[in-house]
Structures are given as C-alpha cells and as structure tokens.
Design a protein around this ligand. Structure first.
Ligand SMILES: Cc1ncc(COP(=O)(O)O)c(C=O)c1O
Length: 393
C-alpha cells in the first residue's frame, strides 16, 4: 500500500500540469523505496540488463558496465566491521563522514552533497522534480535510457538529439537547446553511456548559461573515474542550475552494495526532496557507506583501476579492429562496436562461448555495447571472437 502524497505536493503537481493519474504514478514511484523499482518498463528490460537476468555459472559478463572484481581491498576492513553493526541503522556521523570525504575528494563544500542508495533514485527523481507535461526532457541519443523511461511513463515531452561522428560523438549542446528551448531538464551523461565519449566543460557551461531560468542541467558522471576528464563540479560556483550525479557502482565495484550521491546547490536538493522528505538519503546501507568512504581515500587504487581498464580496452579495441569491427574511441569501461549488421546472431554466438555482451540502442541498431572486463575476460572475449569471424563476412 502506497501512501498518497501530501495535499500540498498534489496541488503543486497539479499546478505544474500533472493529471491525477500521473500524480498517482509519482507517488507510487517515490513510495516504493527506490524510484527505479516502481517503473513498469524496468521489468520489461530485465532480460537485457543483468538486473534480474541469469547466466550460466562462469559466464564472462561484459553486459552491464560493472567492474570485473570486488570493492577496494583497502576499504574491506571497514566494510567487515560495519557488517557486524548491521543491526543498527546508519548514524548521522557515518553519513556525515561519507559526505565530508566526498567533499574533500572534489574540493567542494559538504553542503552540496546528498548521498543516495545508488544514482538511479536521484536520476529518476530529477525528471519528476524538474519536468512536467509542459516542461520536457532533452537528452542525447544514444545515452543512458533511465530518464527516457521516466519521461515516457509520465507523458513528459521527450526530445532526443542524435550524437554525430562529425562532432566526435559528444553532446551537441547547441542542438539540444534548439531542439527544445523550453524544457525543464537537459541531461548529459559524460563520459556517455554507451559511447564513453566526454562532453567538454565549456559546452556544459554554455548549456547551463542558456537553459530557461527554472530548468536544470543534469550531468551524469557515473563513469568519470575511468577518464582523466575534469568533473563538472568545478562549474558549480557559476552554474547554479547544475546537478552532478555520481555512483559507486562502476570503478568502485559496488553495484550490488548501492551507493551514490548527487552534487548540487541545496535549493535544488530541496526541490528534489519536496515530495517525500530526506528519508531516502538517510536510509543507506551501513557497510556500503563504510566501504564507499574508505574507497574515496584510496586514490592509488582509483588510478590503478583506471589504468588497467584503459589497457584492457586497448586490447579489446585492437581485437575488434582485427575483425574489421569499428569502435568509437571511449574514455570509459565500455566500447560501442559496430558489426554493420544485425547483432543478434553475433550476441548469441558469443553467449554460446560464455561471453555475454551488452545491448543495442534503436538509433544504432547494428551496434552493441561491450563492457571492458579484466585482462582475463578480454582474453576470453578475443578467443570467442574467432568463432564469430565467419558471421562478420
Ligand atoms: C550513466 C549511468 N547512470 C546511472 C546509472 C545507475 O547506476 P546506480 O543506480 O547503480 O548508481 C548507470 C548504471 O548503469 C549508468 O550507466
């Protein structure tokens, strides 16, 4: 049973143009613990995502952009100690230590940081909070589709601006603004999932300066740690409509532990939490917070994982190129491979060889996203590629 939203919240949503049915859906999404779990489309994608998917034991999982090994070894003692305290809820002190450690990492004020159980909740929540049936959502295409699902479900106008080779597959911010100059939210994933391409800070700053006064620019930095690109947090001083999202699910290898945070001016966080208070941001996993906090202190391990990913990506790219398969130069733990034909038989053949690769996007139906795994994973992938050689002819 989901509690209805407070009358004031319902009235505000009505004034923003949401129908009763859409408000019911919002209350369902906010009420189920994580916003993501409330989305019906999420279920239907379960077999293409590893979420809910099952694979034979020993499969090489190159399908969900997870890291190939566990969390940082240096953070495990804190995690083990925290497990023994698992009977207690997270304390304010533990939460604050995470926030201060994250703030020190990025040289920003702790007041700008709000932790979450992963970044999916704040991602969905930004669409609910800043878009409406009259204020749309603008994104690139292809990009991470969670925000598309929320917009479609709530009937929020959605504009997708194609990435182009002549622009280096970066977000074309001028085209994004032109496509809908009156949107409520503009979303840029940088490095982008699935291309791994980085949008320069000058472009992000330009878009932030030109969007409507009430709109926000969400920069999803889930993959930032794989790249040496600067973070958009450096723009927060001048771009007060910017929301930066981070997750521990990728390089920090904590996808199953659930931890992330959003970085924004407090008034934007207030707007994101105006329907259900700060509950979600305080009910975090105690071991996840302990491991996340200590991981952020281990810069050497971050460097090491970034370097290894880059090396393994190069090997994977060279292997694909050997078979005539083009890839987009990537700054993250994924490669978009263009088979120049329907991927299904190739994906199936790789799966027969225990290698599970990622999905395609409708705009580029001949491409598949492949996650960069460990050196061993890449070796197995390259061996499996021998068997698909004939399919590529
Ligand atoms: C770009 C991007 N943002 C956000 C997420 C959500 O991750 P999580 O909820 O695990 O933090 C993902 C997951 O794959 C992603 O690729």
């Amino acid at each position: 049973m989901v509690a209805p939203l407070p009358a004031q919240a319902q009235q505000e949503l009505t004034e923003r143009g949401y129908s009763r049915r859409q408000i019911g859906r919002i209350s369902l999404m906010l009420g189920v613990g994580t916003v993501m779990a409330g989305l019906p489309w999420h279920k239907s994608r379960a077999d293409t995502l590893s979420v809910g998917g099952t694979y034979p034991p020993g499969s090489i999982l190159l399908n969900s952009n997870e890291f190939w090994t566990g969390p940082f070894p240096s953070a495990l003692p804190a995690g083990q100690k925290a497990l023994l305290n698992g009977n207690r809820y997270l304390t304010g002190q533990e939460r604050q230590t995470l926030v201060e450690t994250a703030a020190a990492y990025d040289h920003i004020a702790p007041e700008l940081i709000t932790p979450w159980p992963g970044s999916s909740d704040p991602l969905c929540r930004t669409v609910i909070s800043f878009c409406s049936p009259t204020q749309g959502l603008v994104t690139c295409d292809p990009t991470y589709e969670t925000v598309w699902g929320v917009a479609e479900w709530l009937k929020i106008p959605l504009t997708k601006v194609p990435l182009r080779p002549d622009n280096g597959y970066k977000a074309d911010v001028r085209a994004m603004l032109k496509a809908n100059p009156h949107a409520g939210m503009y979303y840029i994933c940088s490095p982008n999932n699935p291309t791994g391409t980085v949008t320069p800070l000058e472009d992000i700053a330009w878009l932030s300066r030109h969007i409507p006064p009430n709109a926000v620019l969400v920069v999803d930095e889930a993959y930032l740690h794989f790249s040496n690109a600067p973070s958009a947090v450096s723009l927060l001083g001048s771009c007060r409509n910017l929301i930066v999202l981070r997750t521990f699910s990728k390089l920090f290898a904590m996808a199953g532990l659930r931890l992330g945070f959003s970085i924004a001016h407090p008034n934007l966080h207030d707007r994101m939490m105006r329907y259900d208070g700060i509950y979600q941001t305080t009910m975090l996993s105690v071991p996840a917070v302990a491991i996340g906090t200590d991981s952020l202190k281990d810069r050497a391990e971050i460097e090491k994982r970034r370097f290894e990913t880059k090396q393994n990506r190069k090997v994977m790219q060279a292997c694909l190129s050997h078979y005539g398969v083009n890839t987009i130069p990537s700054d993250a733990n994924m490669l978009m491979a263009d088979w120049r034909k329907a991927p299904e038989p190739i994906v199936a053949k790789l799966a027969q060889n225990n290698v599970i690769i990622g999905r395609s996007w409708a705009i580029w139906p001949t491409c598949s996203r492949i996650t960069v795994g460990s050196a061993h994973d890449v070796q197995v992938f390259c061996k499996a590629m021998e068997s698909i050689g004939p399919l590529l002819k």
